[in-house]
Design a protein around this ligand. Structure first.
Ligand SMILES: *Cc1c(COP(=O)(O)O)cnc(C)c1O
Length: 386
């Protein structure tokens, strides 16, 4: 009698917790015993360590990755009448934040193979109102920062890196967040460095911006009950920082495990003979799948391992029926979202983003995935007939 095939979850954080449970529980208990909950020494030490990890001078812990983007733009004075360039193929928070500070998002299509902003299309989107470029390092791989920095320098624009999915990702040896004026991180539980709730950070090399960010995250207050600026409550709490302080030393190992998983996927898909290249998206995949690529010079940390399939929705059903987890990031390109209708974009404006929304599928890639699980995922995908 054959055994029933194993189930593979999209993400399972329990093994990570189990491995560090003693330390994590102790860290949370210490915060409880100290009764010091908001900012404080745990947050300060976490800020210092993350800034160091990203090779920048200052880290300002905030309440989420979305709030990191908002407070970064507030500190840079971006608002009404300003335009910020980014892509429509990203998590909602990237563009939602631009709108929430009163600025106008200007969208530029992605490259099909990396899912990141196509830097060759940025210049055409620049107007006299453009203040900043906000490249998103999607799924854990960095956008082409050399090209983006050249354009920003030429047009005197600010750069805000949305590195919510890319803490520890590198380009030519330099970490994400060390290229722009500000880098924004998220510690949402599904990110490579995830807390036990929401959390985020803005990192910057600029001491003046850093002190403005510190004011803004705390109602624009300095000293106590005096407000040179209007900020908000964007603070990181000590419980999150304590948990993240325990996890941070393991982050590089987890990145490596994700990369090994990606390498095993590649090997298994190649053996099955169904690997196609992004160029073939134009002519048809013929039952095959396009695997994520790692561009030369990039250290991809695989927050997600995202493939293209021509029959994505049916494949997803087939996987779910076989107890293999998968998810669509993201099913609707942001230029087509109802809430952004006033921006005036329409279907067809960003063909690569629209195709990614229609054909992309994220496979399980979390560090504790076993080889057997990866082989099972590939077996189920290979057995799919459209
Ligand atoms: C997760 C994410 C955010 C927002 O982070 P939160 O902590 O969930 O607010 C922003 N941008 C991108 C690309 C993300 O993946």
């Amino acid at each position: 009698m054959s055994e029933s095939p194993i189930a593979v979850p999209l993400l399972d954080l329990k093994p990570q917790y189990a491995a560090l449970a003693d330390e994590l529980d102790q860290a949370m208990l210490s915060v409880a015993q100290s009764q010091y909950f908001i900012l404080g020494p745990e947050v300060a030490s976490f800020e210092e360590r993350v800034a160091d990890y990203c090779n920048v001078d200052h880290g300002i812990g905030v309440s989420s990755g979305t709030d990191a983007l908002i407070v970064a733009m507030m500190a840079l004075g971006i608002g009404e009448g300003d335009e910020v360039i980014t892509t429509p193929y990203t998590f909602f928070g990237t563009i939602g934040s631009i709108v929430r500070v009163g600025a106008t998002p200007v969208m530029v299509d992605i490259e099909p193979d990396t899912f990141n902003i196509d830097a060759s299309k940025i210049a055409a989107a620049i107007t006299e109102r453009t203040r900043a470029i906000a490249p998103v390092h999607l799924f854990g791989q960095m956008a082409d920062m050399r090209a983006i920095k050249d354009i920003a320098r030429e047009h005197d624009l600010l750069i805000i890196e949305d590195a919510a999915q890319a803490i520890g990702s590198k380009q030519n040896g330099r970490p994400a967040c060390s290229f722009g004026h500000m880098g924004c991180l998220s510690f949402f539980p599904t990110k490579n460095l995830g807390g036990f709730g929401d959390g985020g950070m803005v990192v910057t090399d600029d001491a003046d911006y850093a002190s403005i960010l510190k004011q803004l995250r705390n109602h624009g207050m300095e000293p106590k009950y005096y407000h040179p600026r209007v900020g908000g409550n964007f603070r990181l709490d000590a419980l999150q920082a304590a948990v993240l302080n325990v996890k941070l030393p393991h982050l590089n190992t987890w990145h490596e495990q994700r990369r090994e998983n990606a390498a095993l996927y590649r090997k298994c898909f190649d053996l099955a003979g169904i690997t196609r290249t992004a160029d073939e998206l134009e002519t048809g995949l013929n039952g095959g799948v396009v695997l994520p690529i790692e561009k030369e010079g990039n250290y991809h940390i695989y927050n997600q391992f995202v493939i293209y399939s021509e029959h994505r929705d049916a494949l997803m059903e087939h996987m779910k029926a076989n107890n293999v987890g998968c998810e669509i990031y993201y099913p609707l390109s942001l230029h087509e979202q109802e809430c952004f209708r006033l921006l005036g974009y329409k279907k067809g404006d960003f063909p690569n983003s629209e195709r990614a929304a229609a054909m992309s599928l994220a496979l399980p890639i979390f560090p504790d995935l076993t080889d057997e699980m990866i082989e099972r995922v590939v077996e189920v995908i290979t057995s799919f007939k459209a």
